[in-house]
Ligand binder design. Structure first.
Ligand code: NAD
Length: 438
């Protein structure tokens, strides 16, 4: 049988089975991805022949991570690394430390990385990893031992040319430094390219720490132009005030927008007059909480979604915008800093209400784009200036936004479906050209 998509007459519709390692009654975050793939399949033409490849992660590694705690006892943690797809290049994606991490979530996050890398056309497949732990309950020494043991366990499948981790929720440049050092010790040479998001002094890239937030800003600003929302005084609500939410808030603020609401894990603050994100950062650093910030009122967690604003930036965790709150959202534009913050049913409600969503796979791709720059710089041992990095990032993000907007207009679909059309086509073209081994 020919496997050339050009010569296949009719792709056979294939029913996808839920893998036995997921609970069919509670599939978890991966279900969102499967639904997104189903939505894009009619637009893939003959490449739909290969679509099952997207529904099945290429490789999954589940590891036990035992460490000595400071009190002398031994604790065990679940660790994961999933390589969803490597058709276009090595797997690439972050490592998350969170008490709710599970296999389905890591599978979904790795799959979104496949789509994201293809949507902005960086030469990577998709991967993701995580450890099921609440890192706030552990000391730096415990986290270092955890990171080093985890890196050794997943060392079987990661490497600068195979799979390159990066920071995600609750992981940071220090954790990347420990990962890089551990991997290097195990292979007997300094391998800076094994992770990105490293400290600058260890082969990290200038501009990486703010890159995801910067990409949220660049794509958000382009969408605002399309929708006729002026940047000056635009009211922005941000959920999540970590790496992504914080940088996005600062950059929007620096360009004349007004941050009216911030929600993080500790609470929600609101001010119609605007919140200075630099003062909010200082307050968070001083008190460990966002609530109590001078000049703000406290809102309940649910009230955040109905806050009066023009642009909403979910930048915390997945499954935040659901049927329960999609109707309350007042923003005309949602720019997804987080991965998977909107479930498909909420997407439909938002589309029906005329709310534009810049999807995660485009909006938060700034991080992986500068990670790509970091990896290239590490390979060539030649480092670029911050201006060069920001200019290249802005150009890639703007071009990706405009070309996806074009596809959205042409097909009359949402920006998310447009991103999936472009990305899945790229991944499946690579799949078809490579053919099936052996
Ligand atoms: N760091 C990156 O470069 C990057 C790149 C692409 C996508 N992302 C995605 O962006 C999101 C945030 O990642 P990050 O790196 O900023 O993480 P982070 O750990 O730096 O920050 C997470 C933020 O979310 C808040 N938060 C956690 N639980 C919450 C809850 N239940 N309600 C409200 N707020 C809550 C935390 O208080 C914190 O402010 C994740 O979905 C991540 O996958 C991150």
């Amino acid at each position: 049988m020919s496997t050339d998509p050009q010569t296949q007459t009719q792709p056979k519709p294939v029913q996808h089975d839920i893998p036995s390692y997921l609970d069919p009654n509670n599939i978890g975050a991966y279900e969102i991805f499967l639904e997104q793939v189903d939505r894009v399949t009619p637009y893939l033409g003959n490449l739909a022949y290969w679509v099952e490849t997207l529904k099945r992660p290429k490789r999954i590694l589940v590891v036990d991570v035992p460490i000595h705690l400071d009190d002398g006892s031994v604790a065990h943690f679940e660790g994961y690394r999933v390589q969803h797809n490597t058709s276009r290049g090595p797997a690439k994606g972050g490592i998350r430390y969170h008490q709710d991490v599970n296999l389905s979530e890591v599978m979904a996050l790795s799959a979104w990385m496949t789509i994201k890398n293809a949507a902005v056309n960086v030469p990577y497949g998709g991967g993701k990893g995580g450890i099921r732990i609440d890192p706030r309950k552990y000391s730096q020494g415990e986290l270092e031992r955890l990171t080093r043991r985890f890196t050794t366990e997943i060392g079987l499948i990661i490497g600068p040319e195979k799979d390159i981790p990066a920071p995600d929720v609750n992981t940071n440049p220090q954790i990347m430094a420990w990962m890089m050092d551990t991997y290097s010790m195990n292979v007997g040479r300094t391998a800076t390219g094994v992770v990105t998001g490293k400290p600058i002094s260890l082969g990290g890239s200038l501009g990486r720490s703010d890159a995801t937030g910067r990409g949220v800003f660049v794509t958000g600003a382009e969408a605002m132009k399309k929708l006729g929302i002026s940047m000056e005084g635009a009211r922005i609500a941000v959920q999540g005030f970590g790496n992504v939410g914080n940088a996005a808030a600062r950059i929007f603020h620096d360009h004349g927008a007004k941050i009216v609401a911030i929600q993080d894990v500790t609470g929600t603050v609101y001010s119609a007059a605007g919140i200075d994100p630099y003062k909010a950062m200082q307050h968070l650093a001083d008190t460990g909480k966002i609530i109590g910030l001078a000049g703000t009122d406290e809102l309940s967690r649910d009230e955040f979604w109905g806050a009066d604003c023009d642009v909403l930036i979910p930048a915390a965790l997945e499954k935040q915008i659901t049927e329960a709150n999609a109707d309350q959202i007042k923003a005309k534009l949602i720019v997804e800093g987080a991965n998977g913050p909107t479930i498909p049913a909420a997407d439909d409600i938002l589309a029906g209400r005329g709310v534009t969503v810049v999807p995660d796979v485009l909006a938060n791709a700034g991080g992986v784009t500068v990670s790509y720059f970091e990896w290239v710089q590490d390979f060539s041992s030649f480092f670029w200036t911050e201006d060069e990095i920001n200019q290249r990032l802005d150009r890639i993000m703007t071009e990706a936004f405009l070309s996806l907007w074009d596809v959205k207009e042409r097909h009359g679909v949402t920006l998310r479906t447009a991103a999936y059309i472009v990305a899945c086509t790229r991944v499946l073209e690579a799949r078809a050209l490579r053919g099936l081994y052996p």
